[in-house]
Ligand binder design. Sequence first.
Ligand code: FHN
Length: 574
Amino acid sequence: MTPRFAVLLLLASALAAQPSQPPLPPEQRTQWFRDAKFGMFIHWGVYSVIGRHEWIRHQAQIPQAEYDKYARRFNPVRFNADEWVRLARDAGARYIVITSKHHDGFSIYRSRVSDYDMEITPYPGDPLKDLAAAAKRHGVRLGFYHSIMDWHHPDYRPRRAWEYPNNYKEGGNNNRYIDFMKEQLRELLTGYGDVAVIWFDGEWEHTLSNAKRDDEIYDFIRSLQPNTLINDRLYERKPGNRADFGTPEQYVPATGLKRPDGKPVLWEACVTINQDSWGYNKYETVFKTERDLIRMLVEVVSKGGNLLLNVGPRPDGTIQEEFVTRLKAIGRWLRANGEAIYETTASPFERMSFFGRATAKGRTLYLHIFQWPEDGRLRVAGLKNLVHRARLLADPGRAVKAVRDGPDMVLELEGEAPDEIASVIALELDGEPATEPFFNRPDAKGVLTLGVESCEIEAEFEQRAKKENALGHVFLTQWTRDRDVPYWVLETPRGGRYAVEISYAARRAGAGFTVEAGGAKLEGKAEATGGDWVFRTHRLGQIELLAGRSELRVRIAPAGGSMNLERVVLRPVG
Ligand code: FHN
């Protein structure tokens, strides 16, 4: 430690602000987060100057000295903190999380303990200061992403293997690096008002866990701002650590996140609007649609999570139109339907019988309908309550009637969908929602019809498959990754053999797939059906199912094409 650094440390500690809030118990500390549902993530830094990806220094093996030239050019002359916060607020986001330092080690604020920060740029200000002030003005919470991994700090190990091929693990001193990181956290937690979240990343090099200092950092944050939330990446990314919430990245977990003992944990899915890059990437041309994003928000919330949707601003501080229009569309939808999102709890249904999702708030159940029924009858399987009143949020004047049909509730709807992305019906019930779990069961003829609307998708990082509807069909599309696996939970009162049929559309032949249930596996290869929207049914073979509950999965082969899956039908044999 240089004497200058030591003096600064002492000074910084002495100046540390007292926590502005008394510590709250965990349930209260996290309440705002559970209510907020939607946040805006911002990745912004030196990599934005290059405009290809936030990992570009690593991906293109740019030597540090070369990369520093971009740092010295980082000059966000068009940055306007109020505009950013207004964009987030008008999109309906209730909090913002911005990169204070990404893996490249550059801090986008004026850090007294680092010489690799805004002070080396031509920009005279501190963007995080401006953002903190603007967030406060507009009533939006602000949190800081902070990378534990650091490709710049001389003490951090391992360094990049391509940069130091012979000694990337040697030398350095991670304890000293962690001391430095702590001082940066102190700056962030004492100089920028109330910090909603410290959002760690880059934990997979185990810097904190190997040094056994993760708990120390946790306690340190709590000592400065007791109510700041801490994400799971301070530790190993597993549910059940001391962190406040889990962070599935670029996918929506099939059934939310649970601890090993089965208890649900708080979680937040972080997702990009474009396909891949978090930092500004002028070469990316694929963007999720408004429809994808709104439905994703609904899905996440129905599973008890939050959505942290990312934008990567340009280096000059402007935000590209593709992001702005989509955020505005989410905002429009939320202005009509936000009641069914904010402050709600997860769906009381484990699975849905129609293409849509549910959320709840006390005695109100919200049904988010993605596909308006053509015959005007929407069957809500397994809803046991009495319905006192039903109202369509986007068109409160329109009549909606709820009629009981045995164990199900049927809603009689009029006219066209008021919103073809998601029309929300609020049902005022006689009590908190009481539901019967829905399983795919055989009909009167013993036939099991497994439509994509009632499956969930098991996915991991970089989920691509999504449910979609068009022309009366509900199907799985963009199904190009074998790790995206649709599955259904079946209940068959009697065991027996079933003939398996599969319905899909495929522009090209060749996608290999398997249907797996009850330990049996049938293999198939997609035939060209005439186009992506031309659905055909193909016989696949037979499987044996035991009586009781089982799961059926359809897997797509790792390479060799894709298909739009519509349904699997199991017909009893004999
Ligand atoms: O490597 C980073 C990536 O650049 C981005 O910051 C995301 C956001 O969650 N996190 C990392 C990978 O897990």
